[in-house]
Design a protein around this ligand. Structure first.
Ligand code: SF4
Ligand code: MG
Length: 371
């Protein structure tokens, strides 16, 4: 199978005293092996929460309340990995896997059903996450070489100390840092270099998927661009799939294969980078794109559209964008639009908007000019 990750109808709530905040609402998408996808959305749109759900990193009060994430290990490694998973499953027999009753294809892994031990194997060997705060999570009193080698030692105990040292040097070289920096401490490195070290650590065990939650404020824009440039070219080289999360759409349009846009906890458009650039279809995407002066000009944050997203404690009926949408019509406030293909020859571009639903648009009340 070409599919690496199959996210199906995932829902995440934050359980607050005054009622649940529906942070991720019925999100489904698929990621191909080696594909680089940008996940964009303004802050609070649910993009980080979705990524944390996929990696099973959510902590209370966040809770996965529905859906499934299926992961397909590389066929060449499937046997090895699944037998490892089988072994730890027996060890974890007391653990009652969530969603255990859901049907999982034989060659797939049900991520929400992994036991804690399986999850640990899965995380480093198959999926790595680079957090927004990762560069501050480096241990300040340990040199970076030791931090990289510790990861290697924990997960590849069969390797010798010499092999681990060489691998750590290679990893630093990959991210553009001189190997003699292994003995540097985090405070001796710039923010951009610390971020590169976290990328080196994420790549250490050659996972098939990396999720990177872009630092929003910690790094200046030039450095952020360099980091995405670096991680996307490393992923291309190594065939690693990447989900890069950002609030900055203009950054993605230059460097990813596919763009996914979230709004109010939902995916509202998913498209190939070129299709999205040439013709964004959802009115929200369209508004964002047209708030850019030029693609290569100053970077515009996702604030170009008047109004604010709805309160996710009390989600309004119909389309979540209806209050801000210049195109809204009566059905928009009643019926939730689903992602659908817009034009037959670009089936992979989907948008959740009634304007593209012939059955709904046909019954639209078009205001007639008075005369
Ligand atoms: Fe606008 Fe209606 Fe489309 Fe929502 S469904 S984006 S409100 S036109
Ligand atoms: Mg975030």
């Amino acid at each position: 199978t070409e599919t690496l990750l199959d996210v199906r109808h995932v829902n995440v709530d934050y359980l607050a005293g005054s009622g649940a905040v529906h942070a991720v609402r019925d999100v489904s998408f698929q990621l191909k092996r080696g594909e680089i996808m940008g996940l964009a959305g303004e802050s609070g749109s649910g993009k980080s929460t979705l990524a944390f759900a996929i990696a099973r990193l959510l902590r209370p009060p966040a809770e996965i309340i529905g859906g499934q994430v299926l992961y397909y290990p590389d066929a060449a490694r499937t046997g090895q990995f699944t037998s490892l998973m089988q072994k730890v499953k027996l060890k974890d027999a007391s653990h009652q896997a969530k969603n255990a009753t859901e049907i999982v294809p034989e060659d797939g892994i049900n991520v929400f059903g992994l036991t804690p031990t399986q999850l640990r194997l899965f995380r480093w060997n198959e999926l790595s996450v680079v957090f927004q705060s990762a560069m501050n999570a480096l241990n300040p009193v340990m040199n970076i070489g030791k931090q990289i080698m510790d990861v290697l030692a924990a997960h590849q105990p069969e390797k010798s100390a010499k092999e681990r040292h060489e691998r750590a040097q290679d990893l630093l070289k990959m991210v553009g840092i001189a190997p003699d920096r292994l003995s540097s401490y985090p405070h001796e490195l710039s923010g951009g270099m610390r971020q590169r070290v976290t990328i080196a650590i994420a790549l250490a065990l050659q996972p098939d998927l990396i999720i990177m939650d872009e630092p929003t404020t910690a790094l200046d824009v030039v450095v952020q661009r360099e980091i995405l440039d670096l991680i996307s070219s490393l992923c291309k080289e190594t065939g690693t799939a990447l989900i890069f999360i950002t609030h900055d759409l203009s950054l993605l349009l230059e460097l990813v294969d596919r763009v996914a846009v979230m709004y109010a906890g939902k995916l509202i458009e998913v498209a190939g980078r070129n299709a999205f650039y040439q013709h964004p279809r959802h009115p929200y995407s369209y508004g964002l794109m047209h708030s850019f002066p030029t693609l290569h000009g100053p970077r515009i944050k996702m604030i170009g559209i008047p109004g604010t997203p709805p309160d996710l404690r009390n989600v309004p009926a119909g389309c979540p964008f209806a209050q801000r949408c210049p195109m809204a019509f009566d059905a928009c406030r009643k019926i939730v639009p689903e992602l659908r293909t817009i034009v037959a020859d670009i089936p992979e571009q989907v948008a959740a908007c009634h304007l593209y639903d012939p059955t709904i648009i046909g019954s639209r009340n078009i205001p007639q000019p008075a005369d």
